[in-house]
Design a protein around this ligand. Structure first.
Ligand code: FES
Ligand code: FES
Length: 212
């Protein structure tokens, strides 16, 4: 995201960066969510400390509950890909820069590479597998195909997820809005023109209009 985009965040209220906040980045996994946590000793600050060994973590992903035994340090992205074989979200930068790992938590796009799985408990997690399939494509996916908005395709799932989260909150965006709204996702192949047009077309389709 450019400095200009960053400066505009507060004015528009919907920049990608503003809602691409991981729900837990780094730091100790100090949350009170499971029985293990309730039994865990407390630190001087009152925060409950778990780990470093595996603990039970329950994640609701695409409407289905998955129970895992994972270390508290495991990110949502690694839990999805390595433990649950839900591989739509990609690991590229692994440091909250590119958006290839984008997932939706409680309606907001997040970088799953910097969201701890344990912190995503009790929340509604959506991945690309949850709303679009080759047999029944979501309007965003269909618009990406029609606009040739991918080359190698590695960034594409992240863009599609980010675009869906954006359009669910902003039904009638301008091109400038889309530029700002998807500012947290990068494409090394440079497919930005097709991506932006695809998002505008999908917005029209989702509003019940016809794509141009
Ligand atoms: S892999 Fe998460 S932002 Fe790049
Ligand atoms: S299509 Fe290759 S990185 Fe975006």
């Amino acid at each position: 995201m450019s400095q200009n985009e960053s400066n505009n965040e507060g004015k528009k209220g919907f920049s990608r960066r503003s809602f691409l906040h991981g729900v837990g980045i780094g730091g100790g996994a100090a949350v009170g969510l499971s029985k293990e946590l309730l039994a865990a000793p407390q630190t001087g600050s009152g925060a409950r400390v778990v780990g470093p060994g595996p603990v039970r973590v329950s994640l609701k992903i695409n409407g289905r509950v998955h129970n895992l035994e994972i270390e508290p340090r495991v990110t949502l992205l690694d839990a999805l890909r390595n433990r649950l074989d839900i591989t739509g979200a990609k690991k590229v930068c692994d440091r909250a820069t590119c958006g290839a790992c984008t997932a939706i938590i409680n309606g907001r796009a997040v970088y799953s590479c910097t969201t701890l799985a344990i912190d995503a408990q009790g929340k509604d997690i959506q991945t690309i597998e949850g709303f679009t399939t080759p047999a029944k494509m979501h309007a965003v996916s269909a618009a990406f195909v029609e606009n040739d908005a991918q080359q190698c395709g590695f960034c594409t799932p992240g863009f599609v997820v980010a675009a869906k989260a954006f359009l669910d909150r902003h039904a009638n965006p301008t091109m400038a809005d889309v530029n700002r709204g998807l500012g947290g996702n990068l494409c090394r192949c440079g497919t930005y023109i097709g991506v932006r047009q695809a998002v505008l077309d999908a917005a029209r389709e989702m509003r019940g209009g016809r794509r141009a």
